[in-house]
Design a protein around this ligand. Structure first.
Ligand code: DC
Length: 223
């Protein structure tokens, strides 16, 4: 069986940065599941489909092909034949992803794809429902958290660095809203499964978080 590392947690806890570095260190494949939901969100925005209209989103889903390819070891999300990696990292697409990911059929389609990726390959997979739903038998399960204030500050600094205008209070409200939606939806809400190891990245460097997770995996292998 493949070795599976599941990393769940709220937006802005540093999951993708950490998961990518852990995968590199362990020579596992990194699977960014948020990117898949972002591709579905992007598709709706591109096609002018109202993301709050579940029926319309599902009708579009039938015509949507999402797959994953690895280009120079980097995950590329292919939406209807196009590599959309350069288009999915915006706040607008993130919000759309958070809304459409609440729909059961959207989740079923993405979860099937994610599970398929992890059957024969050692993976580090990050998302919201990895330990609770996608890879319930993962050998190592991590819940990566950080306080709302710290996550909002990180997001705010990222925006400022990109030369965008931002207001810390507004960013903080957006983070709270996204948390609420991701944690309270009916289908596979973000939860910390009891066996997941809690890592609070609020006052840790990325290297420290990566080191902690890598050592859990190495210790597991030596048990
Ligand atoms: O991690 P991210 O910001 O790229 O995820 C975007 C949205 O996708 C997030 O707000 C909720 C959803 N998502 C999900 O429901 N399940 C996952 N496994 C990953 C992301």
């Amino acid at each position: 069986m493949s070795f599976q590392v599941a990393i769940d947690g709220p937006a802005g806890a540093g999951k993708s940065t950490v998961a990518k570095a852990v995968a590199k260190e362990l020579e596992f494949v990194y699977v960014d599941t948020g990117a898949m939901y972002r591709a579905i969100g992007l598709n709706c925005l591109n096609k002018g489909v109202d993301i709050h209209d579940e029926e319309a989103v599902l009708a579009l889903l039938d015509d949507t092909d999402v797959s994953i390819r690895y280009i120079d070891k980097e995950q590329a999300v292919i939406l209807n034949g196009e590599n959309v990696n350069g288009k999915i990292r915006t706040q607008e697409v993130g919000e759309a992803a958070s809304v459409v990911s609440a729909y059961k059929l959207v989740r079923e389609k993405m979860v099937a794809l994610q599970q398929e990726l992890a059957v024969t390959t050692d993976v580090v997979m990050d998302g919201r429902d990895i330990a609770s739903c996608v890879l319930p038998n993962a050998q190592v399960k991590i819940y990566l958290d950080a306080s709302v204030e710290v996550r909002a500050k990180r997001r705010y600094l990222e925006l400022i660095e990109k030369g965008k205008e931002a207001d810390l209070k507004t960013v903080e409200d957006e983070v709270r809203e996204r948390d609420y939606r991701d944690m309270h939806r009916e289908n596979s809400p973000l939860v910390r499964v009891p066996e997941a190891i809690l890592v609070d990245s609020s006052y840790m460097t990325i290297d420290e978080v990566v080191e902690e997770i890598v050592s859990k995996v190495r210790n597991y292998e030596h048990e």
